[in-house]
Design a protein around this ligand. Structure first.
Ligand code: GTP
Ligand code: MG
Length: 367
């Protein structure tokens, strides 16, 4: 990561053996944050779009997901007949790839029982109904039951009454309908993150959800803008849950031409995304916020120092739970890894002869 960019500073300077060492570098005197993208960048758009198409879940994949949801509904309905089932996460927000899991939220009255007790009971019910690898993960920020569907092999996470996730799923889905370049960019970034092993929150890198928020904010900041800020407009959708109001303009069919003035190709945007996160984002001072459609200062969020496990090194504000930083999992070591991967990606797109392949080469911890 280059400390000479307009932001930076917080990130350590380049390491001798980093993940980005194998790629050519820009060696001129110009600041890396000011480098312009290669002249022939658009020639890589067809290859990137073909990859995007191949990552989209097939109709068969979707129908197997539906079968999973139907058999889960049967199991749940026996014990909790009035429970409502919501799909959330990437199986419902349009950002699901062939590799995505299925996320389900059960909305139910739990009376005096605790969420953990209900999840433990649910685990027993699912085991009895022959779902595989059923495990209650009760210590997480959002407690869940995780299991595998024996018919499809899909992994499924089930939570209780987490309607904030249902609301942010709808928000992301609405953004996805505004400009097809958001879906394309997010699929490619998610695929890159999985291949390069920087989509593992348990190891201190970022969730898929965080990457999608980064893509939305990037397109809100593009000139001319590709995406509007739906939460800054007159609300047409409101859901209040756990004392949090989720409100935004959801009549997205009225905004179809919003990004039309911007003609950037997916190749240029992908390069711009990595260039932004490698050299332009001010990690020391800024928080990205799709709620405001811009960056905010860490100071105004009071995210300047570590509080408990929230280190606030990379700051990504949740659109509704505004006290929740999706970057909280990143530590001093993983911010360096992320920086090296952003730098590698920007360099591959800038200099490599076959960036559509090199960019997504799997990272292997062994080598
Ligand atoms: P993939 O499954 O990787 O395709 O993406 P996903 O968007 O479904 O991500 P994931 O399964 O990690 O998360 C599921 C959903 O949980 C997200 O889409 C959000 O709606 C919600 N969510 C809310 N807060 C968080 C958080 O702190 N971390 C994660 N991972 N998800 C959150
Ligand atoms: Mg998911």
């Amino acid at each position: 990561m280059d400390g000479s960019g307009s932001g930076g500073g917080e990130l350590p300077s380049e390491q001798l053996t980093s993940r980005s060492d194998q790629v050519p570098r820009f060696r001129g005197r110009m600041r890396r944050s000011e480098v312009e993208c290669r002249q022939d960048i658009d020639s890589f758009a067809p290859g990137l779009l073909a990859l995007f198409e191949s990552l989209k879940p097939s109709e068969e994949h979707k129908s197997r997901q539906k079968q999973l949801v139907d058999s889960l509904a049967k199991s749940v309905g026996k014990e909790w007949p009035s429970a409502r089932m919501h799909l959330y996460g990437s199986c419902a927000n349009s950002f699901g790839t062939t590799h995505s899991d299925v996320d389900v939220c059960l909305e139910m009255e739990i009376g005096t029982e605790s969420t953990v007790d209900v999840l433990l009971k649910l685990s027993d019910v699912l085991r009895a109904d022959n779902f595989d690898n059923v495990e209650a993960i009760t210590g997480a920020r959002v407690p869940i039951v995780r299991m595998t569907d024996p018919a499809s092999g899909f992994s499924c996470d089930i939570c209780i009454n987490n309607l904030l996730a249902v609301a942010n799923t709808k928000l992301l889905k609405d953004y996805a309908q505004l400009d097809q370049r958001l879906l394309q960019l997010a699929f490619l970034v998610k695929h890159w993150a999985k291949q390069r092993r920087v989509n593992e929150t348990y190891r201190g890198t970022l969730s898929s959800y965080a990457y999608v928020l980064m893509c939305i904010n990037f397109l809100q900041l593009r000139e001319p803008k590709i995406l509007p800020c739906l939460q800054a407009m007159e609300p047409t959708y409101t859901l209040t849950t756990d004392g949090t109001e989720c409100a935004y303009f959801d009549k997205v069919d009225q905004l179809q031409d919003f990004g039309a003035e911007n003609k950037d190709s997916i190749a240029e945007l992908l390069w711009g995304f990595f260039q932004y996160w490698a050299y332009r984002h001010d990690y020391r001072h800024d928080v990205i916020s799709i709620r405001m459609g811009k960056t905010l200062s860490k100071q105004e969020k009071n995210w300047t120092t570590r509080v408990g496990n929230d280190r606030h090194l990379v700051c990504i504000e949740d659109p509704f739970e505004t006290g929740h930083d999706l970057g909280r999992v990143v530590d001093r070591q993983t911010i360096r890894i992320l920086g090296e991967e952003f730098e590698r990606a920007a360099a591959v797109l800038q200099y490599d002869d076959d960036p559509c392949v090199t960019l997504f080469e799997p990272y292997d911890y062994e080598n």
